[in-house]
Design a protein. Structure first.
Length: 110
């Protein structure tokens, strides 16, 4: 039987041989979550709130802005074009990212 050719392994099965092996599923996600630094939300002073309010009144759709805002226990900096600003629902939308006014720490108009 030594002369009989072996059948070829399907391509999908051959590719699996070279895929990374994770003995502990979810370990990399758990480590990434552990590395994240959880911070409390900053309460704005009256002066900071007044300055932020002044800046917010200068924002119009189509402007490019950088916003520092609170999201899931951390502060994120988002830069992009303002798609919508809604004072009634207190929402600022930068491209596809919706940010509540109450979560905004600082705004820079570019």
């Amino acid at each position: 039987m030594a002369g009989r050719p072996r059948s070829k392994m399907p391509v999908a099965d051959r590719a699996k041989q070279f895929m990374p092996f994770s003995a502990l599923r979810g370990l990399s996600e758990a480590l990434a979550a552990k590395e994240r630094i959880v911070v409390p939300k900053i309460e704005l002073s009256e002066e900071m709130a007044a300055e932020l309010d002044r800046k917010m009144h200068l924002i119009t759709p189509g402007r490019i802005v950088t916003v520092v805002h609170f999201h899931r226990d951390e502060y994120i900096k988002t830069t992009g074009m303002v798609a919508r600003i809604d004072a009634t629902s207190r929402l600022l939308q930068i491209v596809n990212t919706k940010i509540l006014f109450d979560d905004i720490l600082d705004v820079q108009i570019i």
